[in-house]
Design a protein around this ligand. Structure first.
Ligand code: 5AD
Ligand code: SF4
Length: 489
């Protein structure tokens, strides 16, 4: 790997980070004096995608570093923070509902702090609504200023005034923040932030700013540290990981002197694959338009730890709709990429995202989607009803699909997807597969649960000492939504 010399253009200056460290120390002493008997408690809830979950882990890390204990008991907390998602109206409605429910909690003790952050806050009309209609919300900040949380807390605690900071639309890269990892054996590792694609339905490019990549050495240092602390599986995260590091493509991330010096995503994967102790590598999300041959070839077995699994959102199977969505590929190209993936790695598991009822979607367009789903035979698919996002081009399209039609198509699509999943379950029956043991089963605490390389959840009996190991499990009952097995000893 080439030596990195230049600094990323969008890094936050060291003076700013030093200032935040000072604020953190000041918050810690304020909290110590206000809570002489017990430590203050913080409840953090994150909505939405894995990128937001990774932000949530940083927020929790900062809160712990200034003296809060994390709690699951919302009513007993001294600080509640909702890390919000703007991807669909429904996600936003839930946040407003939950903020509404916090009114009594806040009024019972005005020194409590109610905070909101995340993508939803990055939309002006939402921040305005919070300002006017939810006066008991103390702190609102956007996706680009998480590192300033110590300062925000200090201002809330000491001035008693409301704090709003939604600045920094283009976005930063901040290294070195404390992280509270939710998992022990699996970890999220963001490799890039933002999105340049402007799919016409999507709010993310407006809330998360332009694409910017972390420097490879920062990513690798984080992965090494995780491996040393026992992490077995990492998920490399970005809205469009396939354009990692590409300055020429408009990515404003780390600054190699020229693109030829830099690592692209396939190159980064190869480096991550060499980190000792990491046994499974996954990544998401891949944009089909940028899925290069180089990346596909990473699945040919050359990378020992790369899971044979890819999430490849198609969104629609209709060329007309794909064009209106600004997805930049057509169904033929998508099917060709899938064929190439399967040629290189016949057993690869493929999952996708599909939007039903995009403006102008006709019955014929929808049938093209059904047809594509039947051709690809996805291992699983996340399906979404199109949701109007204020400020995106598609919100202005005149030919919105009636709700009843959307729902009817949605149900038909789900039926096809489930049918395929059921057929695919047959492949798993009686097979012995490596499973990363994640912990006790959610449904039966006496059982263990884990995931296959393809991402299927399997429950099986076993000793808790197996947690964190990859063991062989024979699948004794393979079903669409749950699988049972027996460890092979
Ligand atoms: N309506 C419905 N689904 C959406 N997604 C993104 N924006 C919208 C929207 N406005 C879906 C896409 C994306 C996934 C994360 O969310 O399928 O891949
Ligand atoms: Fe949204 Fe498209 Fe960017 Fe994904 S690639 S975050 S769907 S604009």
């Amino acid at each position: 790997m080439q030596e990195q010399t230049a600094l990323p253009r969008f890094s936050v200056p060291q003076e700013e980070l030093d200032k935040q460290a000072q604020y953190a120390a000041m918050v810690e002493s304020v909290l110590l004096s206000r809570f002489p008997v017990r430590r203050p408690r913080a409840f953090v809830h994150t909505y939405g995608c894995q990128g937001n979950v990774a932000d949530g882990e940083k927020i929790k890390g900062i809160l712990e570093s200034v003296g809060y204990d994390l709690t699951e008991e919302i009513d007993e907390s001294d600080l509640v923070l909702y890390n919000t998602c703007a991807i669909r109206e429904h996600a936003q409605d839930r946040v407003f509902g939950n903020v509404g429910k916090r009114k009594a909690w806040k009024e019972a003790d005005r020194s409590r702090i109610l905070a909101l952050c995340g993508c939803m806050m990055q939309q002006e009309y939402v921040a305005e609504k919070i300002k006017k209609s939810y006066p008991y919300v103390d702190l609102v900040f956007g996706t680009h200023v998480i590192h300033k949380l110590p300062e925000f807390l200090y201002r809330c605690l000491c001035s008693g005034k409301r704090v709003f900071d939604l600045s920094g639309g283009e976005g930063n890269i901040v290294e070195g923040l404390p992280v509270h990892r939710d998992g022990t054996f699996k970890a999220w590792v963001p490799i890039m932030y933002g999105c340049n694609n402007f799919c016409t339905y999507c709010i993310v490019p407006y809330t998360r700013g332009r694409e910017r990549s972390r420097r490879p050495e920062d990513i690798l240092a984080e992965v090494r540290e995780l491996a040393e602390n026992g992490t077995k599986e990492i998920m490399l995260l970005g809205q469009n990981v396939n354009s990692y590091g590409k300055i020429k493509a408009g990515n404003i991330g780390y600054c190699y002197k020229d693109e030829a010096d830099g690592l692209d995503f396939a190159g980064l994967l190869a480096e991550v694959d060499k980190v000792e102790g990491i046994e499974r590598i996954r990544f998401m999300t891949s944009h089909p338009k940028d899925l290069s041959d180089d990346l596909i070839e990473c699945f040919d077995g050359r990378l020992a730890h790369l899971c044979r699994q890819i999430h490849l959102p198609v969104q629609s199977g209709s060329d007309r709709i794909l064009k209106k969505m600004n997805r930049v590929y057509d169904r033929e190209r998508y099917l060709e990429r899938v064929a190439k993936l399967r040629e290189v790695c016949p057993e690869i598991a493929i999952t996708t995202d599909i939007i039903v009822g995009f403006p102008g979607e006709t019955e014929e367009d929808f049938e093209d989607t059904i047809d594509l789903v039947k051709r690809v035979r996805y291992d699983s698919a996340f399906t979404f009803l199109y949701s109007i996002r204020k400020g995106t081009p598609a919100a202005e399209y005149p030919d919105q699909v009636p709700e009843a039609v959307k729902h009817e198509r949605f149900d038909r699509l789900i039926e096809v997807i489930h049918g395929i999943q059921e057929e695919k379950s047959v492949w798993y029956q009686d097979r012995v597969l490596p499973v990363l043991v994640e912990g006790p089963s959610r449904t039966n605490k006496r059982m263990l649960t884990g995931r296959t390389e393809s991402g299927r959840v399997v429950d099986f009996p076993g000793d808790p000492s197996l947690i964190g190991r990859i063991i062989d499990v024979r699948i004794t009952k393979a079903q669409t939504f749950s699988n049972y097995g027996e460890p092979v000893v």
